[in-house]
Design a protein around this ligand. Structure first.
Ligand code: DX5
Ligand code: ZN
Length: 237
């Protein structure tokens, strides 16, 4: 249980008060801040970039220490912007394999900038991209919606892909002793998070489920509490 991490996506936060939103959601019990970067080219939406990441960095603290900023790049090309995000204080940088010419090179570039590297799989993208790059990876992110918007419904087929990714990770850990995290992104709610955890995820992005929570229901703390209560039923990873 303690090993599950919840990463609220600020895509569903109030963009006019982002610093405060980040502080509040971390105070309410979030583990990471999930930072969705969209370029109106790789995906049909436009969000925020390194300047906003840098501005939020001093607001992203948990228990007196810097909290993880988990940057999800939905941009093409990828390489040019990696250094900017590293400098802006990103801890994890993930990208979509279709968005770069050279997946192995981009993964190396992210680590060379001192960040953890993640590879993101769209609903129709096969896991074969993992075949020869496991050593370069710190995180695998399975999209359970098509990227571009918050508030979409979970695509059930993602459960099968999570199980497959979990098998690959477990085999890798058994062989090398090094862990790779398995994250899920899109449509995660209190009523499906347990089955998602059972399929093998250990890190859960939740946008609308957290930032859309009504104040009457104890707001962010209430929403995170519901997600954690559902995870508690699954037991630890
Ligand atoms: C979708 C983004 C997600 C999104 C999740 O392209 O990558 O992170 O904000 O939002 P919900 O949890 O509302 O599906
Ligand atoms: Zn995301």
């Amino acid at each position: 249980m303690a090993n599950y991490r919840i990463a609220p996506s600020i895509l569903s936060a109030d963009f006019a008060r982002l610093g405060e939103e980040v502080q509040n959601v971390l105070k309410a019990g979030a583990d990471f801040i999930h930072f969705d970067v969209m370029d109106n080219h790789y995906v049909p939406n436009l969000t925020v970039g390194p300047l906003v990441c840098k501005a939020l960095r001093p607001h992203a603290n948990k228990d007196g220490a810097p909290a993880v900023i988990d940057v999800h790049l939905m941009v093409s090309p990828v390489d040019r912007i990696v250094g900017d995000f590293a400098e802006a204080g990103a801890d994890i940088i993930s990208f979509h394999p279709e968005a770069t010419e050279h997946v192995d090179r981009t993964l190396t570039l992210i680590r060379d900038h001192g960040c953890k590297a993640g590879l993101v799989f769209n609903p129709a993208t096969p896991l074969n991209y993992l075949d020869y790059v496991m050593d370069r990876l710190d995180l695998i992110l399975i999209m359970s919606v098509n990227p571009g918007f918050g508030g979409q419904s979970f695509i059930p087929e993602a459960l099968r892909k999570l199980s497959e990714a979990r098998s690959r990770i477990d085999a890798y850990v058994a062989r090398t002793g090094r862990t790779i995290h398995l994250e899920v992104d899109g449509g995660v709610k209190a009523d499906n998070i347990a089955s998602i955890a059972r399929a093998g995820a250990d890190t859960f992005v939740a946008g609308s489920a957290v930032f859309g929570a009504p104040d009457a229901d104890r707001g962010y703390r209430g929403a995170l509490g519901k997600l954690r209560a559902a995870l508690a039923e699954v037991g630890g990873r």
